[in-house]
Design a protein around this ligand. Structure first.
Ligand code: AMP
Length: 208
């Protein structure tokens, strides 16, 4: 079972990927998380990657494709969160033979609100949302008790750029998988619990 999740920033790909990974025992690959781990290091590569990410732009293909290939080597059950995100990356998935691509559709107005209310712990391991998944104690991670912070690229100016990039570069990917007849569109606007129910139904249908 090889699934990719497509959708704009803030559409809930990360949350859905984590849940799918747990329910269906799939390896969860988030290119955003891999890149954020990479930029914590003080290397020339990390400085280069950070420039793109802080501006809300996509990093060049060769950085991502190579990592994805290495991570997926010999794996047969996985869910991809944040890859592919542009047409060249989509073409590279020919080699992985994806079974199902789930597109989470959410209008821009909802995304702007959602992204501004996202928080994560200082280690970047645990995610929260001020409305959907608030921590028990405001501003403090339930698990490691560190302070909750906002992702650098979740500020209004960068959010605007990320949405622009999404419409320009990622939307053609939706059409690409539509033509391949493996795309299923899900309304990502309701509460994440409802969205997950709909996603699970689609995955189960596929497994039947
Ligand atoms: P995400 O956590 O998925 O929102 O990704 C955060 C940032 O990482 C994006 O805004 C891009 O700069 C970069 N990124 C993540 N996945 C990709 C990808 N597949 N191709 C290019 N850049 C990516």
């Amino acid at each position: 079972m090889k699934i990719a999740l497509l959708g704009p920033p803030g559409s809930g790909k990360g949350t859905i990927a984590k849940r799918l990974s747990k329910s269906f025992k799939l390896f969860n690959l988030s290119t955003g998380e891999i890149l954020r781990d990479q930029i914590k290091k003080d290397t020339l590569l990390s400085k280069e990657l950070k420039k793109y990410m802080d501006r809300g732009e996509l990093v060049p293909n060769h950085f991502v494709e190579e990592v994805v290939r290495l991570e997926l080597h010999n794996k047969k059950r996985y869910v991809l969160d944040g890859f592919p995100r542009k047409i060249d990356e989509a073409k590279a998935t020919k080699d992985f033979k994806l079974d199902l691509v789930i597109y989470l559709h959410v209008p821009d107005e909802d995304l702007i609100k959602r992204l501004a209310d996202r928080r994560h712990c200082q280690k970047g391991l645990h995610n929260y949302h001020l409305i959907y998944f608030p921590s028990k104690k405001p501003g403090i991670c339930d698990i490691d008790k560190s302070k909750l912070i906002r992702r650098k690229d979740d500020n209004p100016k960068v959010i605007k750029e990320r949405l622009k990039v999404y419409h320009h570069e990622t939307e053609p990917v939706i059409k690409y998988f539509q033509r391949k007849k493996i795309l299923r569109t899900i309304d990502g606007a309701p509460h994440p619990k409802e969205v997950y129910k709909a996603v699970k139904r689609v995955v189960k249908e596929y497994l039947r």
